[in-house]
Write a protein that binds this ligand. Structure first.
Ligand SMILES: Nc1ncnc2c1ncn2[C@@H]1O[C@H](COP(=O)(O)OP(=O)(O)OP(=O)(O)O)[C@@H](O)[C@H]1O
Ligand SMILES: [Mg+2]
Length: 361
């Protein structure tokens, strides 16, 4: 069960030197604009992913006039630490250095709900893949090595295509065909499990407050053309061989898991036709379904919700909180006020943020 008990943030955005002890259930951070709400959420996200959801530029994250930032947390019984400067990244678990960040992600699974990352329904394929693969990874961590090998293989193929090295391509085509079919299967299996989760009490509890009517469906798009059986390595391989001349011209492999997506449908209507309110609502249903599925499989993600009332009214926020609390996951939520929320003071800590200083109470 992932719970952040203690959190220390040093020189990250406008948070200079902050230490807080968190409630194992609900934590609400209240502040007016530009005080540090998103910075806090981004810091926790960064610790779990070794990247930001807002920027790739490290210099935006390191506090002005400093050379590095440091994030540290006690998550369950583990002490995680991440130090980052232009020259180096240091990640440690109980003071032992970790070579890569996948161990961090495993110990600190984080689901984020924020307008800054964009909604998943009618979102970009990249954003859809990012949410999808987050779930696949946490349910089936072994998949990570296939994803890594896939991206290396893709790089090799694109290099050979640019260099016009025809003869060497076949070997890598075979390799990518195998990896693709494995990734496609893992993604498809995960989606099937999500759909089963979806049909449960989640839709029921959300439907009243969100006025949702019956069928919310999603379909996996593998990233390969329709004529290819995306779960069959040989079918992919034969397609690649057949398309070799075309690919040599294009100099880039434009098909495969790196182009996969999800199509969302509400009552058979495609996502692009839905209103912004419907897109937002369904995105939240999708994210909560992911959390629910992981909890069913004994992984308790920490849920970050930034700037919630700019996107949702109080009754919807209440429904989301009730649902998440019933799942017993830890929540870190930011808002500009908590006027009308019914929160149980026993299981809630409220913090204020003013000019980057976080205080409890
Ligand atoms: N690298 C940095 N160093 C110092 N300050 C920074 C850095 N990056 C951003 N800031 C500042 O941190 C402050 C807080 O930003 P943040 O996005 O966390 O605000 P917020 O509380 O989420 O506001 P809003 O309610 O408008 O979303 C802003 O004034 C921003 O300019
Ligand atoms: Mg913000």
């Amino acid at each position: 069960m992932a719970v952040i008990h203690k959190l220390a943030i040093t020189q990250f955005r406008n948070l200079n030197n902050q230490y807080i002890e968190l409630n194992k259930q609900l934590n609400v951070f209240v502040a007016s604009n530009a005080q540090g709400k998103t910075s806090l959420v981004e810091a926790v996200y960064y610790l779990g992913h070794n990247r930001s959801f807002k920027t790739k530029a490290l210099k935006e994250l390191i506090q002005l006039n400093h050379q590095q930032f440091q994030l540290a947390a006690q998550v369950d019984d583990y002490r995680l630490k991440l130090e980052k400067s232009k020259q180096k990244t240091l990640i440690s678990l109980n003071q032992n250095r970790l070579k890569n960040s996948s161990e961090l992600s495993k110990l600190l699974p984080i689901q984020i709900i924020t307008p800054d990352k964009g909604f998943v329904v009618n979102g970009t394929p990249k954003n859809k893949r990012s949410y999808l693969d987050w779930g696949v990874f946490h349910l089936k961590p072994d998949c990570l090595s296939d994803f890594k090998k896939y991206h290396k293989t893709l790089k090799n193929i694109n290099f050979l295509l640019v260099q016009q090295k025809q003869q060497e391509l076949d070997y890598w085509f075979l390799e990518i065909a195998h990896l693709s079919s494995k990734i496609n299967q893992a993604r498809q299996d995960y989606i099937e499990q999500l759909k089963q989760t979806n049909s449960a009490e989640l839709m029921e509890s959300l439907s009243q407050s969100f006025c949702l009517i019956d069928t919310f469906d999603y379909q996996f798009k593998s990233g390969w053309p329709k004529e290819v059986d995306a779960f069959n390595a040989d079918s992919i391989y034969q397609y690649l061989l057949k398309s070799k001349a075309f690919l040599m011209k294009a100099k880039y492999l434009n098909y495969g898991p790196h182009k996969a997506s999800l199509d969302f449908l509400l009552n058979d209507q495609q996502e692009c036709f839905l209103s912004r309110g419907e897109q937002k609502t369904l995105s939240i249903v999708f994210w909560l379904t992911q959390v629910s599925l992981l909890v069913n499989n004994n992984t308790y993600p920490i849920v970050l919700i930034d700037d919630i009332s700019s996107e949702l009214d109080q009754s919807k926020i209440q429904t989301i909180l009730n649902y998440l609390q019933q799942l017993k996951v830890q929540i870190l939520m930011t808002d500009i006020g908590i006027n009308t929320l019914r929160i149980d003071p026993e299981n809630t800590s409220i913090f204020k943020i003013e000019k980057g200083v976080i205080t409890q109470g």
